[in-house]
Ligand binder design. Structure first.
Ligand SMILES: [Zn+2]
Length: 141
């Protein structure tokens, strides 16, 4: 089944519902599991038990527990012989392209694609584009 079809057929949150029997490790507030639609065969996920959709909505305890599980996932990958890992904290969203329950991806030696989020070939920004981005960020600091 394609991941996009899996997402279309969801009738409940798989991290709230199905996560219980897929724990590799767990703490009081979060668990480590494997991705059902992985980018890499050893693609792991860290998920808070509580259904939270935004990073800033995590409690201090959830942040600590997720950091602990991230360390454990990285140690597992080292033991499996990987040298490089990537971590991506993913908020739930309403684009139907991800599970709407915050989760962290921990992936060994994954090649992040050549395409940007719009599906276009990635390119290096021009000096004026860099200035615009930096100005925009400083405008909200
Ligand atoms: Zn959920």
């Amino acid at each position: 089944m394609l991941y996009k079809d899996f997402l279309k057929n969801l009738d409940k949150c798989p991290f709230c519902d199905g996560g219980n029997n897929r724990h590799l490790l767990k703490t009081e507030t979060a668990y480590l599991t494997y991705a059902l639609a992985p980018y890499h065969k050893h693609h792991l996920l860290i998920v808070p038990f509580r259904h939270e959709e935004i990073i800033l909505g995590l409690t201090d305890k959830e942040v600590l527990d997720m950091d602990f599980l991230q360390e454990e996932a990285l140690k597992i990958f080292k033991k499996l012989g990987y040298k490089n890992m990537s971590v991506l904290e993913r908020e739930g969203d309403n684009t139907s392209k991800s599970i709407p329950h915050l989760h962290n991806h921990v992936i060994p030696e994954v090649r992040i694609g050549d395409l940007d989020h719009n599906g276009n070939e990635r390119r290096v920004m021009s000096e004026s584009e860099i200035k615009d981005v930096v100005d925009e960020i400083f405008s909200v600091l």
